[in-house]
Design a binder for this molecule. Structure first.
Ligand SMILES: Cc1cc2nc3c(=O)[nH]c(=O)nc-3n(C[C@H](O)[C@H](O)[C@H](O)COP(=O)(O)OP(=O)(O)OC[C@H]3O[C@@H](n4cnc5c(N)ncnc54)[C@H](O)[C@@H]3O)c2cc1C
Length: 415
């Protein structure tokens, strides 16, 4: 029997975090309303690479790549790019990033990413039992390939994953070509996560989860949220452009847009965005059987229902700069390097990864207001972490104990 522990919750954001949190709250019998200025799942959760990556414990706050960053930034044709007009605004993030770019922080992040990644697929399994995922998910593993150029970094990644007990299988060039015979062998080795799944349509999956949320009695309000505050011990207020709404508790799950609301609550959380891109080569999805990620290039390809999705790169440039044609061209060229038969592409898309400078998400109560809960900052792994975030946040809201150590995800680490 489920016991009602909270009378109502409002969630801002209908990305993968928001819809998974909503569904979990309904399971606990808590009436829930989700707000979004767009239709559900139209931002980062729409156009990602679709990897379910429970193995991806190592993040970008690592000293080995620190020395390569200046070189990468000054090349307009590399995996990392900058919009120079945004740098002054990004200084707080860069400051915290540099502070977290050391071995101790890297290992701390890896340990606590592993803690939630390890439970990520079980959490999704529960949801997938309740929705029809046929033609939306495939389990054919995920391959990472590389050249020998940054082999020390690859060795470090392999060692850290081994130390944390992550299952991985090293591949020779021949092994890779046996799995993906159409690839041009411009690489020298790789790694295979044969148990990993990928989405053939992330937005299609999100819509199914959202439909289940609505079917179970959840409410959706398509309005832009202007502010969110706690009025007293039992009430929070969500103010949209049209109306005010009261709930016992509220959740901020606006991905890269969450900072606007947390700033209003008196917390200076250094959330920013790593912009990423995708394009589709229509009708070319059969050229590979599973996602292939070329680590040297910071890009990957996923066979999807919309076509072969070439996806990735990191661009530091905030939420308001326009799409960068150079990034799109970079993606197209990277894809053609591996699959020279590719020609025209469509659907140029820019998405905003929500990223904290220590590459851990913020999941937990607001520092100043106990009835406001945060769930954002899942960076490159927010698609993988949606379902487990839903479970964690619904436990926090219903005051249930979890066996996880949640303190590393607290926003107070930045105060
Ligand atoms: C190119 C790229 C590739 C990626 N590949 C992968 C991958 O393969 N695997 C993986 O695990 N992760 C991947 N990610 C990361 C993942 O997509 C994100 O971390 C995740 O989608 C974030 O989900 P979210 O719900 O926090 O945010 P979002 O999906 O961005 O949703 C936030 C929602 O909040 C709404 N919103 C914002 N402000 C307001 C407001 N004021 N009022 C009302 N609504 C508001 C927005 O409209 C939006 O719908 C990738 C990301 C990118 C960009």
């Amino acid at each position: 029997m489920t016991i009602k522990t909270c009378s109502s919750v409002g969630i801002v954001g209908a990305g993968i975090q928001g819809v998974c949190i909503g569904l979990q709250l309904l399971k606990k019998n808590i009436p829930t309303t989700i707000f979004d200025k767009n239709d559900p799942g139209m931002m980062a959760s729409y156009g990602n690479a679709g990897h379910f990556s429970p193995y991806a414990v190592l993040q970008l706050n690592r000293p080995d790549i620190l020395y390569d960053i200046p070189k990468m930034l000054f090349s307009s044709f590399g995996p990392l790019a900058l919009k120079w007009n945004y740098i002054p605004k990004m200084l707080p993030w860069i400051f915290h990033y540099l502070k977290n770019c050391n071995e101790k922080s890297m290992l701390h992040t890896a340990k606590y990413m592993n803690q939630i990644l390890d439970q990520s697929m079980n959490a999704y399994e529960e949801i997938f039992q309740e929705i029809d995922t046929s033609n939306l998910i495939e389990q054919k593993g995920i391959i990472y390939i590389w050249t020998n150029k940054n082999i020390k970094s690859r060795e470090l990644e392999i060692k850290i994953r081994n130390d944390l007990g992550v299952k991985q299988k090293l591949l020779s060039v021949k092994d890779i070509l046996d799995l993906e015979p159409n690839l041009k062998p411009v690489f020298s080795g790789g790694c295979y996560y044969d148990y990993a799944c990928h989405a053939r349509d992330p937005h299609g999956i999100l819509k199914k989860i959202f439909e289940l949320f609505i079917k179970r009695g959840g409410k959706f309000v398509k309005e832009n949220v202007k502010s969110l505050k706690q009025i007293n011990e039992t009430e929070t207020l969500i103010e949209t452009e049209n109306k005010n709404y009261k709930f016992e508790k509220s959740v901020i799950a606006c991905g890269a847009f969450s900072k606007k609301l947390t700033d209003q609550l008196g917390e200076k959380i250094p959330l920013d965005t790593e912009r990423g891109y995708h394009i589709h080569f229509k009708g070319m999805e059969k050229l590979i059987s599973r996602p292939v990620i070329f680590l040297d290039r910071g890009f990957g390809m996923t066979p999807m229902n919309q076509g072969l999705r070439a996806v990735g790169t990191v661009e530091l440039g905030g939420l308001n700069n326009p799409i960068s044609k150079k990034r799109i061209k970079y993606l197209a060229n990277c894809a053609k390097e591996l699959l020279p038969q590719l020609m025209d592409y469509q659907d140029e898309w820019l998405g905003f990864r929500p990223t904290l400078p220590d590459f851990l998400p913020v999941i937990g109560n607001s520092k100043n207001y106990k009835n406001i809960v945060y769930a954002f900052g899942h960076q490159h792994l927010g698609w993988t972490l949606g379902a487990i975030t839903g479970k964690i946040v619904s436990s926090i809201i219903s005051n249930e104990k979890t066996n996880l150590n949640l303190s590393p995800y607290s926003s107070s680490r930045f105060s």
